[in-house]
Design a binder for this molecule. Sequence first.
Ligand SMILES: O=P(O)(O)OC[C@H]1O[C@](O)(COP(=O)(O)O)[C@@H](O)[C@@H]1O
Ligand SMILES: [Mg+2]
Ligand SMILES: [Mg+2]
Length: 281
Amino acid sequence: MTEIFDAIKKSAIDIKNLIETGDTSKSTNENSTGDTQLKLDIASDEIIEAIFKDVSCIKAIVSEEQEEIISLNENGKYLIAYDPLDGSSLVDVNLSVGSIFGIYENDFTGNNLVAAAYVVYGPRVELVIATDDVKMYRLINNEFKFMQELKLNEKGKLNAPGSTQNCWAPFHKKMIDEIFEDGYRLRYSGGMVPDLHQILLKGGGLFSYPGTTDRPKGKLRQLFEVFPFAYIYEKANGQAIDGFKRALEVETTHIHDTTPCFFGSNEEIKKVLKVYKENAK
Ligand SMILES: O=P(O)(O)OC[C@H]1O[C@](O)(COP(=O)(O)O)[C@@H](O)[C@@H]1O
Ligand SMILES: [Mg+2]
Ligand SMILES: [Mg+2]
């Protein structure tokens, strides 16, 4: 697995340089979820694919920006699903963005994840890797240096409520209001990677991207966004659910499937489970 983490580190340095100098305009393509791809999305995807192609333990890869699974090495052990540049439209307004990786064995399903990682491209470039524990590294002089282990507290102070508010179920709105009434502070940039990174580093809170009237199955993709962060939050002593059960138990019928999702420390997730059990059909 070390070769995979080394490949992720290499791609992170190339993508950091691309973000600083690359063309942020739109391409003429749409990805499988119907988003217009930015030239940066495509170039980041090409960087990662080219680097992963040289890693012999990788059997196959699939990217948020590609239609199909790509086979790499017949004798490889691992499958990797990745979002090369999450939140790419935020580059234009100079907010933080990220890359997300889920490493699987056998099949692309939540319960087959064996490791996950993400990179945050912000004022600093940081890499978080979860295997049995969750470790954070920072890019200093072109090398990733270990900084700290990440663990969530039982209860946090931050609330990151995603999606279009006028499409929320009334009980979801009431739950979010109550969390604010409990003293939580709003922290939402619109980039899943920096928003979840902030909650992890500040000890806890809740990030939610629920099902809504316009998108009953949410927006965030299971393989490329939800499963890797679910794995990371669980290994950091937190939880990730779809409202009713562990996010990692959500069934995948298509590689680009989305799911409602909630990530947080134990107290906040307990509240979401209670509210959703009482209210949702
Ligand atoms: O603007 P919204 O609806 O709150 O969505 C924000 C979410 O969409 C994302 O940008 C994902 O979309 P992309 O992969 O297309 O960038 C997440 O990073 C973020 O949490
Ligand atoms: Mg994304
Ligand atoms: Mg993306």
